[in-house]
Design a protein around this ligand. Structure first.
Ligand SMILES: NC(=O)c1ccc[n+]([C@@H]2O[C@H](COP(=O)([O-])OP(=O)(O)OC[C@H]3O[C@@H](n4cnc5c(N)ncnc54)[C@H](OP(=O)(O)O)[C@@H]3O)[C@@H](O)[C@H]2O)c1
Length: 260
């Protein structure tokens, strides 16, 4: 892991700010694989604000360094590619203990069975399903006895938004993986967050006409008539980190998308 993102501020005895009130995350060690942008970075922000130390991982060192700098001195970072087991091993070798693990890292293609190549169709399972499986496997020896893990899914698992069968199946499989890991790893808690469409970094990378059409469709499909925000999804993840009776569950912060 790198050193903290920025040096400690010089001490000032006379004007020292009052210490922040303790929260369930104060002094806890949080690791976010896929924490350099989007929902993962938003979870990192909230965890740091709540007093945790955070390690963020991703494939791009420059992006990680800049994200960690924005998080402040309780954040550090390491390069990791979840599709590469040697990279996962090296990343987790550099980490001593994990109280909370979140694994939103993934990149994949989505589309109809009749249009995608085999490798495009397999990409959600390769990156999002097996990426998270192997991330948890490499993290497992470092999880503390009262640790929690949150996997990333997507509400397409329960309501396919368009022809994208492998992506739909991948998310459903991740929700099954969460239940299976909750049984195997107990008393470590394992839960899954399964958001609807989020107006954030991932969609900002896509062409404007595709994004606007998708958001408009989501507005028609969801009870709350709009996409979610990264902050709304991050709040759900922090709830799963800290509620000590939640395990084996999937939460759907989706504005009621699955119901219509
Ligand atoms: N945004 C939505 O509407 C939405 C809805 C439902 C579910 N989700 C799920 O949320 C997850 C993250 O989405 P997001 O909106 O937060 O997007 P994002 O901003 O693209 O975040 C993805 C993060 O994962 C990292 N990453 C990607 N592939 C990786 C790999 N193979 N190994 C390690 N790190 C990797 C990225 O950094 P690098 O690229 O530098 O590695 C980045 O830090 C995805 O699994 C997505 O399916 C998103």
């Amino acid at each position: 892991m790198t050193a903290p993102a920025s040096p400690a501020s010089p001490a000032s005895a006379s004007a020292a700010p009052a210490p922040a009130p303790a929260t369930p995350l104060t002094g806890r060690d949080v690791v976010i694989v896929g924490g350099s942008s989007g929902i993962g970075l938003e979870v990192a922000r909230r965890a740091v604000t709540a007093g945790a130390r955070v390690v963020i991982g991703g494939r791009n060192a420059e992006k990680l360094a800049s994200a960690a700098e924005s998080l402040g001195e309780r954040a550090s970072w390491g390069v990791v590619d979840t599709t590469d087991k040697a990279s996962l091993a090296a990343f987790f070798d550099g980490i001593d203990r994990i109280d909370h693990l979140f694994t939103p890292a993934a990149s994949y293609q989505v589309g109809p069975m009749r249009e995608l190549t085999d490798s495009e169709a397999e990409s959600p399972f390769v990156s999002k399903f097996w990426g998270q499986y192997h991330a948890v496997r490499h993290a497992a020896p470092k999880l503390t006895a009262d640790a929690s893990v949150v996997l990333m899914s997507g509400a397409a698992s329960v309501r396919p938004p368009a022809a994208a069968p492998a992506y739909v199946a991948c998310n459903a499989a991740i929700e099954g993986l969460g239940r299976g890991l909750a049984v195997e790893l107990a008393p470590v808690r394992v839960n899954v967050v399964s958001p609807g469409t989020v107006d954030g970094n991932l969609w900002a990378q896509r062409p404007a006409e595709v994004r606007e059409a998708s958001f408009a469709q989501y507005g028609r499909d969801a009870l709350l008539r709009r996409p979610g925000t990264e902050g709304e999804i991050a709040d759900a993840v922090l709830f799963l980190f800290t509620n000590t009776f939640m395990t084996g569950s999937t939460l759907y912060p989706d504005g009621g998308y699955a119901l219509r």
